[in-house]
Design a protein around this ligand. Structure first.
Ligand code: NAD
Length: 495
């Protein structure tokens, strides 16, 4: 039985009395079994975070930075173990976890170790000649964070690192189906010398532990990454306590290919960006709009590469595409494709689960869809699976308008060799990130966050400190006068 709560530097079982399993989606085997946390565990975790806060908030930046550098060393020493556990609990191919999830996470730790020493405000100045003004950036307090299952380790990092680098303490609730690497991270934070209570983890369900955390009076800020419907609920609950809210929600990224694009680059880019993490990526390419002269060649190119993708066991380094995270998610994806078909769209390739050795796992074939209507579910809703819809467009105005025809705005890409088209696309497409001639790469130094119903606030980069700090104005009288000129608004002359 695995522990499911990490509070004040100690691993403990959760108190709910309900047992949950972490299931390997490749074959249905049980990876771990643990008792779920409940609201009483959240109470203890918030109390630990509250009591650790005053000292951590006052710790010298170099102290916070040094702890993070030691954490990076611990993660590097265990990188294979992290990659394997991440693969077992999610079904991600081991190539992805060893080359992307784990090194990306370590890079994030070292970035925030540096950033912790670079929290800046405006220069002090005497704006009215009588006072010196200073800006302080202070931690918000106890952060309650909730993370999804698609990148369990990276999402835990994105939540924990900017929060603690800025001097906050945190209670993290990972997704209950993929909690193992977040629990490993909490233990490594402790081993790296982070004081007890700075990083706490509770693994419970969303409605129980998640809601208890968001609504907890001891939590000052809520940072949530997950779906838009749950984000709405989180925002409603947080509103009651007037808590600061940071939401990283769903996406439906457009992939706009103009007729002068490098076709080979666009085709390879679309395949990689739609299939990364089996399509369970909030920035994945999901809607390709291709200018009519390139449409047929683009569809044929993607179909050809999709057919060559190797589905297989996640631990096999030769596997390109693993299963979805669960049988439930696989059947959700199948439902979207079946309804698209029934509404008149055409499945060019894929559109079913594979048979043979993979039949028992949560696998689904790379699926390419054409002839869908712009207002259809498959074009508008987040599928979160290995599915790409391709639609044609004629003029440039139409391509950009179609890209923007969504409630989401997390990420997008435009493909062109014409600098003016590229400049127009990066300016006019409404999304938190616009790639030109690529789609997916992210770096620790640059912000990640949405427009529209993809949420608000930024993860990664020093922009994330805008979420995790309060700006304080300090004003010092420099005149030494007992009677200030502005007092005349109160006292009659001569008083
Ligand atoms: P989800 O919204 O179902 O769950 C996310 C987390 O919220 C989980 O930990 C879950 O237990 C918790 N939760 C569920 N109900 C809750 C409630 N009532 N109160 C509090 N917490 C609750 O999302 P998911 O299925 O785990 O993840 C996929 C979604 O996450 C997709 O929509 C994807 O786009 C989004 N996502 C967004 C980003 C981003 O940066 N914008 C990154 C990764 C994933």
């Amino acid at each position: 039985m695995t522990h499911s709560v990490f509070v004040a530097g100690r691993s403990e079982p959760g108190c709910s009395g309900v047992t949950a399993d972490v299931v390997n989606p490749a074959d249905g085997s049980i990876v771990a079994r643990f008792p779920l946390a409940d609201a009483s565990d959240v109470d203890r975790a918030v109390a630990a975070a509250r009591s650790a806060f005053p000292e951590w908030a006052l710790a010298a930046p170099v102290e916070r930075s040094s702890a993070l550098l030691r954490l990076a060393d611990r993660l590097s020493a265990r990188e294979h173990e992290y990659a394997e556990v991440e693969t077992l609990q999610t079904g991600k191919p081991i190539r992805l976890t060893t080359q992307f999830d784990v090194p990306g996470s370590i890079d994030n730790v070292t970035f925030f170790a540096g950033a912790a020493r670079n929290l800046e405000g405006k220069a002090a100045a005497e704006w009215d000649g009588a006072h010196t003004s200073m800006i302080r950036r202070e931690p918000v307090g106890v952060v309650g964070s909730i993370a999804p299952w698609n990148y369990p380790l990276q999402m835990a990092m994105w939540k924990v690192l900017p929060a603690i680098a800025a001097g906050n303490t945190i209670v993290l609730k990972p997704a209950e189906i993929t909690p193992l690497t977040a629990l490993m991270l909490a233990e490594d934070c402790s081993e790296a010398g982070l004081p007890p209570g700075v990083v706490n983890v509770v693994v419970g369900t969303g409605p129980e532990a998640g809601e208890a955390l968001v609504a907890h009076p001891g939590v000052d800020m809520v940072s949530f990454t997950g779906s838009t419907p749950v984000g709405r609920r989180v925002m409603e609950l947080a509103t009651r306590g007037i808590k600061r809210v940071h939401l990283e929600l769903g996406g439906k990224a457009p992939f706009v290919v103009f007729d002068d694009a490098d076709l080979e680059a666009a085709v390879h880019g679309a395949v990689a960006a739609s299939l990364i993490n089996t399509g369970q990526d909030c920035t994945a390419a999901t809607r390709a709009y291709v200018q009519r002269p390139l449409f047929d060649a683009f569809v044929a190119g993607v179909a050809d590469l999709y057919a060559r993708i190797r589905l297989g066991p996640p631990l096999d380094p030769a596997t390109d595409l693993g299963p979805l995270v669960s049988l439930r998610q696989a059947s959700r994806v199948a439902g979207f494709v079946d309804r698209a078909r029934a509404s008149g769209a055409r499945v060019v390739t894929g559109g079913s689960a594979p048979g043979g050795d993979l039949a028992g796992g949560a696998y689904y074939l790379p699926t390419l869809i054409v002839d869908a209507r712009q207002d259809s579910e498959i074009v508008r809703e987040e599928v979160f699976g290995p599915v790409l819809v391709v639609l044609p467009f004629d003029g440039d105005d139409e391509g950009i308008a179609l890209a923007n025809d969504t409630i989401y705005g997390l990420a997008a890409s435009a493909w062109t060799t014409n600098v003016y088209r590229a400049l127009r696309a990066q300016r006019e497409i409404r999304a938190g990130c616009v790639w030109i001639n690529d789609h997916i790469p992210i770096v620790s130094e640059m912000p990640h966050g949405g427009f529209g119903q993809s949420g608000f606030g930024k993860d990664m980069s020093t922009y994330s400190f805008d979420e995790y700090t309060n700006v304080k104005h300090v004003s010092l009288d420099i005149t030494g006068e007992s009677r200030k000129p502005w007092h005349r608004t109160i006292f009659s002359s001569g008083a």
